[in-house]
Design a protein. Sequence first.
Length: 366
Amino acid sequence: MSIRVAQWATGSVGSQSLGLILDRPELELVGVLVSDPAKAGKDAAELAGRNDPTGILATTDREALLRSRPDLVINAADADTRMDAAVDDLEWLLRAGVDVVASGPVVLQYPWGSASPEWIDRLEAATAAGSSTLHVNGIDPGFANDVLPLTLTSIASRIDSLRAFEISDYSTYDNPGMVEGFFGFGTPLDRDPVIALPGVLASGWGGTVRQLAAALDVTLDEQLTERVERLPAPSDMDTVCTHIAAGSQAALRFEVIGTVGGEPRIALEHVLRARTDLDADLAPEWAAPLGGGPASFRVEISGEPNLQLELTHLSSSGDHGASGMLTTAARLANCAEAVHAAAPGIVSAKDLPLATGRGLVTPHRP
């Protein structure tokens, strides 16, 4: 029997996951919630960029969405700039007995030790009341630094340390609030961006490190180590959403490190460059995609044997920013069945069975 699924939000990620709901053989689309009144009344196919009408029309009324009786909601709404409201939405759905797969807030990817205890208590109480399940994931935080590294550890005989990377050119990432406001691109080096404030990294990405440790049965030192490096632009440059003047921030490297007895064991590292010229001499000493190109994810395991795995992503249009959104959406849709089958509660990637692209090997869809 198919799983009745509703899509919550149809932005850059949600429009993609909406299309995947239509593609997956075990999922039946029953509703679409939008925040933009201009999208209300539009057929789901139009919002997903498809040709064949579905008869499912978008609504701005969340009560109407609930009346469509979804078993599960894929929630791709903006969450990390409105976390309290996002948690309220998740709690409401879970208490109503609806399973949720969401792209954020990312701190809920593995909330224990990172998220507000009040949030955890509320969401766990909601899953108990509704006999429902919550899973927050994506590509990063998500697959690239939970399933991918944990799968690689299965061929190790000894693990001395594990490090997961995101390496990306941010010149095509069209999100001014994140690119400039959160990550600090284009801002003076004497003014700390949000990401450099104490505790922000441990909150946003600490759950990734803690989940890897939990899955590997490693007890980390209580305090995670946060490191941030910022480098200036050698000359004026522009991204799709931000002007970067010479001398302002054009590159960012940050780490969240879990230690055992003071020794680094599990780390997450991001290397982000804002540039349109991929041959620009910008932070050449930092990690770069091994095969060239604008973006990759990497896992390095030091031990026996030493292991290194590189994952690249690029959309058919050649835009790695678009493929980043699509891989997040695909992860949400492709693990819906596993989440619906899981026991009630907040579940992380380590709690779920293997999710695959079953049913997606088909002729090209219009």
